[in-house]
Every structure is written in C-alpha cells, then in structure tokens.
Design a protein around this ligand. Sequence first.
Ligand SMILES: CC(C)(COP(=O)(O)OP(=O)(O)OC[C@H]1O[C@@H](n2cnc3c(N)ncnc32)[C@H](O)[C@@H]1OP(=O)(O)O)[C@@H](O)C(=O)NCCC(=O)NCCS
Length: 357
Amino acid sequence: MNTPDISPATPFSPKGQTENTSGKTPSEPSVVISGTGQYLPSKVLTNSDLTKIVDTNEEWILTRTGISERRIAGPTETSGTMAAEAARMAIANSSLQVEDIDLVIVATITPDQPFPSTACHVQTALGMRPIAAFDVEAACSGFLYILDIATAMLRNGPYRHALIIGTEKLSAITDWQDRSTCILFGDGAGAAVLSRSSLHKKKTGILDTTLGADGANGHILQMPGGGCRVPATPDSVSSRQHFLKMNGREVFKLAVKVMEQASLDILARNHLQAEQIHSIIPHQANIRIIEMLASRLKIPMERFFINLDQYGNTSAASIPIALHEARENGFCPSGTNSILVGFGAGLTWGATLLRWP
Ligand SMILES: CC(C)(COP(=O)(O)OP(=O)(O)OC[C@H]1O[C@@H](n2cnc3c(N)ncnc32)[C@H](O)[C@@H]1OP(=O)(O)O)[C@@H](O)C(=O)NCCC(=O)NCCS
C-alpha cells in the first residue's frame, strides 16, 4: 500500500509555505475564537448495550479504543438540527446576536441530504440574514479545513464574524452488523464563532494551519454507495454499500504518522518547541492513537484533552466538541498555545496553532 509522502523535505501545505508568515503583515487583523458550543443527543449507547447488538465485549472495546459510551441521535435529530443547537450556544457564548454572523460553514460527511447544504438548513433554522452558507467535506479533518477557510475569508474579505460547525449523525451510516466499526462512532455537533479583531494583541488567535490529503489511500475508510459512482439501488442497499467501511489497522498506522507530521510541521514553521504547547486538542478517534502520538511528540498525555470515552468518534464534530469542553474546563488559559490536530477519511489531515487571547 502507498503511504503518503509527508517528509519535511516535501512541503504539503497547499500554500507551499514552509514557514508561517501570518501575523507578520502589520495591517493583518487577528482572527479569534469568540465563542464555542456543542450539542450531544441525550440517548447514551454504552459498551454493554453494544454487546446485545454485535458479538463483542465491554473489555475489548474499552482496551482497544478507550471508548465507554457514545451518543445516538433520535429520529428527529439530524446533522442540521444538532448543528443549529451547537451554533446557538456558540453565538450566545460569543455575546453576539444571530444578525452579527456574516458567514456559515458546516463540515460533515452526514449532511441532512445531498443538497441543499446542511449550512443552508442551519441558516434557515437560526433565521439568519441571506449570508453565504456552504458545506465542506473533509471527514474527521473537516473542522480544521473550515477553520482555515473561514480564517482566510475573515482576514481578506468583508466578513467580521463566521460561524463554523462540525456536525455528524454517524449512526445513520454505521453498519450495526459490523462489530469492527459500530463500536467506534457517535453523533453530535460542535461549533465556534470566529471573529476578525483589531482589539486583540498581535499574534493571538488563529496563528497558522497546515492541511493535507492523500486521495490514493481513500479506499481504507469510505462509504462506497450514495454518490454518482454507486447510486442507490435495491442491489446497493442489499449489499450494504451505504454504510461506512474501514480497514482499521491501516487507518490506525496512517493516523499516527500524519498527525505526528502535521504537528511537527506546524511547530517547525512557527519556530516553537513541543514544550511551548500548553494543550493539544486532538481528533477523538482512539485513545491508543493519541497515546502513540503523545509518545512520538514527547508531550505528556496530561496536555491532551480527551473526551472520547464519553462520545466516541464523532468525525467532523469531534474537534469542535473537544474544543468547547476544553475551554469550559479551563484547559486553555489566556496567553497559552494550543494545537488542534486531526485526520480522517480522504485521507485528510490538518493541524492548527492558536494562542488564546
Ligand atoms: C478498529 C480498531 C479498534 C481495531 O483494533 P485492532 O487492534 O486493530 O484489532 P484488529 O482489527 O486487528 O482485530 C483483532 C481481532 O479482534 C476482532 N474484533 C474486531 N472487532 C471486535 C469487537 N468489536 N469485539 C471483539 N472482537 C473484535 C477481530 O475480528 C480480530 O479477530 P481475529 O484476530 O480473530 O481475526 C483499531 O484498528 C482502530 O482503532 N483503528 C483506527 C480506526 C479509526 O480511528 N477510524 C476512524 C478514523 S477517523
């Protein structure tokens, strides 16, 4: 199998930059996180519950993944409704009004429908002005992708406040007959309001993001059906093509590799050492992946924010939910640096460096 070439000698930033120059232009405004929010469905599915659905046991799930339970959306809860709830909380926490928001971007692999976009559903649910609204699909890295897109739009455009949301109803594409995948995933939404600000000191807020992708390894984590390649037919349904399929071992190996490289890349091009990072908010896929990343980066596990034991892997929602809980729990004090880092289907990956105002 091909592995992605992400060696330092091969810059994988789409901008082709090996050094962060953001913040060096005197007129460039800061982009800060002014509010965060989350929504988790109330229904809890425990490891014990899963033993009644597939041939597994609580001990296997806990030791192989670190997950104890996950949330499952009810029939009327969708990626759009959960996103709207998380968005309301993020806007309230930012002390802004819905009318202040100039842009909505949603990251999801489980949109309410192929079109219109889930962002347009959120816009309607919140009664927003006719502002730009669109979805981005980069799987579990999706929140980092939309964070970078929104940051660039805030820096360069007329926008002041952007609402970015990661939301997933993964239970809708989970194969509840496949014990190797159904134990991993959960539903939920996380949101953040990003604001352009000249009030904050230079070099605070979102400092830099690196993104990457390796489409040649897309087959190791995918949903074969539902697009134009395999449209929905009785055959596609009966052969279970509309569920997520995964080669867990390959995903595991590549996840550690790309998250390590993305973290090292963002440190190097911002001239920072690992000791200068106060907190890491990683994609919440598997505790063993995070432990391996911590060991390779030589950063103690105490500096990694973990909530996957309660929610499992919520794909694009995972980082923003963790970001919200990390802020609420005092994990990100003013003046400290954080790295958000993730990987997902595509393969895709990314890392964001921020300094809390
Ligand atoms: C899925 C994952 C937990 C499996 O752990 P693993 O240690 O790699 O386990 P394996 O797939 O090698 O399977 C080992 C054995 O456990 C069995 N097994 C798989 N799922 C099981 C379950 N839920 N309960 C009990 N046994 C299970 C397998 O059938 C296999 O049995 P065998 O040896 O008799 O063939 C792990 O590979 C993983 O987390 N990968 C990354 C997945 C991920 O993060 N995906 C999302 C990316 S955004």
